[in-house]
Design a binder for this molecule. Structure first.
Ligand SMILES: *[C@@H]1O[C@H](CO)[C@@H](O)[C@H](O)[C@H]1NC(C)=O
Ligand SMILES: *[C@@H]1O[C@H](CO)[C@@H](O)[C@H](O)[C@H]1NC(C)=O
Length: 330
C-alpha cells in the first residue's frame, strides 16, 4: 500500500514538473518547475479560504489548536496542526505554497487553491456556509481571466495545459450531505446519490478539460465510517466500531470515480491522471495499527486522532501519508 502511495506521489510530481532538469538520482531535489497547481476541495486542503467567507455560521480553523506545530506563525485557516497535503506536494514540486483564492492581492502565476472547509461536490452540501465545487470552478475562471490579462493568451494557454488540477472533495457530501440529511435519504437511494455526486464531479473534470486542463490528481475518500463523527452513529456491535453504511458509501464513490477516470482517459485526448487509494491506506492503519510498527510514534498519534479527533483527522492523516511516502522515497 505504501508503494502504491509512493507511486501516486511520484506520478503527481512528474505531472507537476514539466521542466525536469535533474542530474542526480534524486529528482525530488532538482525539479525546476514552470507549471502551476490548482486545487479544488474541502477541509483536507483548504489553506484559509473560509477565513474570508462572510456568513454568520462559520466552518473555520483560524484559531488554536489549529496551526500549533509552528510551521506558520499563527493559525491560517488550515484544518491541521500545520501544513496540509497540498503544501507538501507544492514544496516537493519546487513550487511556492499555493495561495488561497480569496486572499486579497494574492498572485496566481503558480496556481491557486480554491478549497473550502465543509464544501461538497453537490451545491446542497453545507449550502450557504461554504464555497461549493461549482463556485470553485467559477473562481478558477476568474483566475484564468486575470492570467490572460497579465501574461497574454499564449503563455496562459501553456500554463493551463501544463498545470495540475488536484481534487480532494466528496466526504462532506456523504457525511452531512446524505447520512446527516434525512430528506436526501428519503429522496435518493444510496446508489442514486453516489451517481449524482460522481456525475457532478465528472462535469467539473470536463469543464476544466475544456478550458485546457490536461493533468489531474485525486485523493480518494477515506473510510468515512471510521471517522469519529460517524463512529458515534454506529449502533452495531462490530469489532472495529466503524459505521459500515458510511464506509460502503465511500467505497462506492471511490469505485465509481476510478471507473469514470479510466473511461475519460479513453475519451479525452491528452487526459492524464493519478488517483490515490487513501481508503485502503487509512483503513489498513485503523484495522492493523501494530503492522505499522516502523512508524510507531507517528501512527500511534494518527490512530489516536482517528479514534478521537474530529476536524483535523483528514489533514493529519494526509500529512502522515505524505511523510511516510517520502520516508519510503529516500
Ligand atoms: C448534479 O447535482 C444536482 C444536485 O445538486 C443534480 O440535480 C444533478 O442531476 C447532478 N448532475 C449530474 C450530471 O449528475
Ligand atoms: C477521547 O477523548 C476523551 C475525552 O477527552 C478521553 O477521555 C478519551 O481517553 C479519549 N480517547 C482516546 C482513545 O484518546
Amino acid at each position: 500500500m505504501l508503494i502504491h502511495h509512493f507511486d501516486f506521489l511520484i506520478t503527481l510530481l512528474i505531472l507537476l514538473s514539466f521542466n525536469l532538469t535533474c542530474n542526480t538520482a534524486s529528482p525530488l531535489n532538482k525539479i525546476t518547475s514552470s507549471s502551476a497547481f490548482f486545487i479544488f476541495g474541502d477541509s483536507s486542503v483548504d489553506p484559509g479560504n473560509n477565513n474570508y467567507i462572510n456568513t454568520i455560521q462559520k466552518i473555520g480553523a483560524n484559531y488554536e489548536p489549529y496551526g500549533q506545530n509552528g510551521f506558520f506563525q499563527e493559525p491560517t485557516g488550515r484544518f491541521s496542526d500545520g501544513r496540509v497535503v497540498v503544501d507538501y506536494i507544492a514544496e516537493y514540486a519546487n513550487l511556492p505554497i499555493i495561495p488561497p483564492f480569496l486572499l486579497p492581492s494574492a498572485e496566481f502565476t503558480h496556481g491557486a487553491n480554491f478549497a473550502s472547509g465543509g464544501a461538497g461536490i453537490l451545491s446542497e452540501t453545507n449550502r450557504g456556509v461554504v464555497i461549493d465545487l461549482k463556485t470553485q470552478l467559477k473562481n478558477f475562471e476568474e483566475v484564468q481571466k486575470t492570467l490572460r490579462e497579465n501574461l497574454g493568451d499564449e503563455k496562459t494557454n501553456e500554463l493551463i495545459s501544463e498545470a495540475v488540477y488536484f481534487f480532494s472533495i466528496g466526504s462532506n457530501d456523504y457525511m452531512g450531505g446524505y447520512l446527516g440529511n434525512p430528506v436526501m435519504q428519503q429522496n435518493y437511494l444510496p446508489e442514486e446519490y453516489v451517481g449524482m455526486v460522481i456525475g457532478n464531479l465528472t462535469n467539473a473534470i470536463q469543464v476544466l478539460y475544456e478550458k485546457g486542463g490536461r493533468k489531474f490528481g485525486f485523493i480518494s475518500l477515506p473510510p468515512l465510517g471510521c471517522l469519529p463523527a460517524l463512529r458515534a452513529l454506529n449502533t452495531k456491535d462490530n469489532e472495529d466500531g466503524c459505521f459500515q453504511d458510511a464506509c460502503a458509501l465511500g467505497l462506492a464513490h471511490n469505485n465509481a470515480l476510478s471507473a469514470v477516470l479510466t473511461s475519460l482517459e479513453h475519451i479525452f485526448k491528452g487526459f492524464k491522471y493519478c488517483n490515490s487509494n487513501f481508503y485502503n491506506w487509512l483503513n489498513n492503519i485503523i484495522q492493523n495499527p501494530s503492522l505499522f510498527g516502523m512508524f510507531t510514534i507517528s501512527l500511534d498519534l494518527l490512530y489516536l486522532r482517528v479514534v478521537n479527533y474530529t476536524s483535523a483527522v483528514l489533514t493529519y492523516a494526509l500529512y502522515i501519508h505524505t511523510v511516510t511516502t517520502l520516508i519510503r522515497r529516500f
